[in-house]
Design a protein. Structure first.
Length: 94
């Protein structure tokens, strides 16, 4: 991905965060730039060990529900997130 495409994606996300655009449009742009058909903003509660889909593009309930009900408990990235203590308001790469 070249810098111009990345810059447009970042701008689209900033516009969304600032309330000027919807997340579905921003996620559609991310999916297209990556050559994909879907994209998601996904959260994982490490303490409660459950997943949540904040926003999605191109993913229907037939995919989201089984993941949240079963696969999130065995997802390697969720396992790593559960092992890391991050203070409130902080971020950390896994």
């Amino acid at each position: 991905m070249d810098g111009e495409v990345l810059g447009r994606l970042v701008g689209r996300i900033y516009d969304t965060v600032n309330g000027r655009d919807g997340w579905s449009g921003a996620l559609a742009a991310v999916a297209a730039a990556a050559g994909g058909r879907s994209a998601a903003i996904y959260t994982f509660d490490a303490k409660g060990r459950f997943a949540g889909w904040t926003e999605t593009f191109g993913l229907d309930d037939s995919i989201r529900r089984p993941y949240a009900d079963y696969y999130c408990a065995i997802d390697e990235w969720n396992r790593r997130a559960s092992a890391v203590v991050v203070p409130p308001g902080a971020t950390r790469a896994l």
